[in-house]
Design a protein around this ligand. Structure first.
Ligand SMILES: NC(=O)c1ccc[n+]([C@@H]2O[C@H](COP(=O)([O-])OP(=O)(O)OC[C@H]3O[C@@H](n4cnc5c(N)ncnc54)[C@H](OP(=O)(O)O)[C@@H]3O)[C@@H](O)[C@H]2O)c1
Length: 487
């Protein structure tokens, strides 16, 4: 790659220890590094045993993912896995691997986290503890140039405006970990209740505490904390629209697309800040380069444009109709509902409809899934409502100055200027990306899907018309009876 890129030069001969390498951001980071930084020495990714597969088996399948199609064998050989688990002491690393990491690592990117909004406080404590273990390890690395922590723009969401600094949490992170180690889970929840009651979920709380640990780490190595907002499909690289998880906006769009998310409980005018996943990765790599020569901890609010839930629902509905998918199970049309009572009524009817569908399937001895799927979606919408009814503003000076600081060649290779995004075009690419990369529904099925969509559309409105007719008949019947009784 280019000789003029300062970032490419920075990664020359570097050995990176990356956690979260098997996740969305991690995979894209590996891909980008292998494609642009040919002189990179090595990437070690931490891989745990999961779903009955060993770390070795998971690593054997790692490069099968479509995002690595542009990477050649020689570059792939620069990646090695290290077996471990962030929930364990010393990250579950064997002593020989610890030694390798201590002597070879020059750059840490700590992106592993349990991102589930419904995790218990005990589970969330592993996100904090793994950061503590990473710091401990970093202190023993003699050649470490930079430590990058991937946090979230919502790590301090109890404030309406988020500055690019590390905030003081309601409880000191070390004290929190001491409590976790000394209490059982029930006591822990009770003791922490006064600290937690303002927080929407334990995930963001764990991110806030992890940042606190980093701030107080006394690590001599420069530290960058990169805080992405809601991460969405790639803008350009390795291909436009690539995605492989269902977090946040992606889950909502996927639910709308297949027709299971009919009602989104949100405030229409509140804005969600979307940022493409490849822009996040480019920002992480640029932040590593920029921070390596700095003496202070630098927090970067890597936030994209705010787009309102009303606008999003309109755009997504239009795109789902334009490019229907074979995976749709109902007419894809999501409305944003702001009133809790009305939302509950609508959700109740849809759940009843799902039970009816299950009953029909049951009669034909087919598997029944609709009601369970509806319940899961409703739960997901409910746990996200804290975010869908609020809006945040962010300081972005450090994030935008990082962009301004980069040379022309770096801007070409590592773009993340969110102000240049054509959002109509990008949202279209997001919907198509969900279709192709998440649903595995190639664009060639579009003609068939359009026929299916028409059937769903007619079915949806026929049932709706029948429902309102039935309601009219029942109400007039009741009214007549009441009137006669009254007379
Ligand atoms: N996606 C977003 O919208 C978003 C927004 C803001 C911030 N972030 C932050 O970005 C980072 C990466 O998120 P992502 O979107 O890439 O999420 P993701 O796709 O769910 O990936 C999470 C990664 O963490 C790893 N991990 C979780 N628990 C682990 C454990 N006990 N031991 C070892 N590895 C573990 C996962 O490994 P397995 O493959 O083994 O599960 C996976 O590689 C996270 O720190 C998250 O907080 C994400």
């Amino acid at each position: 790659m280019s000789n003029d890129s300062q970032i490419v030069k920075f990664f020359k001969n570097q050995t990176i220890f990356l956690t979260g390498g098997t996740g969305l951001i991690g995979k894209l980071l590996v891909e980008k590094l292998l494609r642009t930084s040919f002189d990179l020495k090595k990437i070690y990714i931490l891989v745990r045993t999961k779903h009955g597969k060993t770390s070795q088996q998971r690593f054997d399948d790692f490069f099968d993912n479509s995002c690595f199609e542009k990477i050649n064998q020689e570059n792939k050989s620069k990646v090695s896995f290290i077996s471990g688990d962030c929930r364990k002491p010393d990250l579950g690393l064997k002593s020989e691997n610890l030694d390798i990491l201590k002597t070879e690592t020059t750059c840490i990117i700590h992106a592993a986290a349990n991102v589930n909004f419904r995790q218990t406080i005990k589970e969330a404590s592993y996100n904090v503890n793994s950061t503590k273990e990473m710091i401990k390890l970093a202190k023993e690395m003699n050649n470490l140039k930079v430590f990058v922590y991937v946090s979230t723009a919502y790590s301090n969401c109890v404030n309406n405006h988020i500055r690019e600094e590390i905030y003081k949490p309601p409880i000191n992170a070390e004290a929190f970990l001491d409590l976790v180690n000394s209490c059982n889970e029930d006591d822990l929840e009770k003791i922490l209740l006064p600290y937690l009651n303002k927080w929407p979920n334990n995930y963001v709380f764990s991110k806030c505490l992890s940042e606190d640990l980093i701030k107080n780490s006394l690590l001599e190595t420069p530290i960058a904390v990169v805080r992405p907002s809601s991460v969405t499909n790639t803008m350009n690289e390795p291909v436009p629209g690539w995605i492989d998880n269902y977090h946040g906006f992606i889950g909502v769009t996927a639910g709308s697309y297949v027709g299971v998310l009919q009602n989104l409980y949100a405030k229409k005018e509140k804005k969600l800040h979307l940022v493409p996943a490849d822009f996040v990765c480019n920002c992480i790599l640029a932040a590593a380069w920029d921070t390596a020569n700095s003496k202070t901890i630098k927090a970067f609010n890597c936030v994209g444009k705010g787009i309102s839930y009303g606008e999003l629902a309109r755009a997504v509905n239009t795109l789902c109709w334009k490019y229907p998918t074979m995976k749709c199970v109902w007419n894809p049309e999501t409305s944003v509902v702001q009133n809790k009572f009305w939302y509950n009524v609508k959700t109740f009817w849809i759940l009843m409809l799902a039970y009816c569908i299950d009953f029909v399937f049951f009669c034909f001895k087919q598997p029944t899934r609709a009601a369970n799927m509806m319940k899961r979606i409703t739960e997901q919408v409910n746990v996200s409502s804290y975010f869908t009814f609020r809006e945040w503003s962010f300081d972005e000076d450090r994030f935008t100055n990082l962009w301004k600081k980069m040379g022309d060649e770096d801007k070409k290779i590592f773009p993340f200027n969110v102000s240049t995004i054509d959002w109509d075009k990008y949202l279209c690419s997001c919907v198509l990306g969900i279709r192709v990369y998440l649903f595995k529904d190639p664009i060639t099925t579009l003609p068939k899907a359009k026929t299916k969509f028409k059937i769903m559309f007619v079915l949806h409105y026929t049932i709706l018309a029948l429902f309102y007719c039935l309601l009219y008949v029942i109400l007039t019947f009741l009214a007549k009876n009441l009137w006669y009784n009254y007379k």
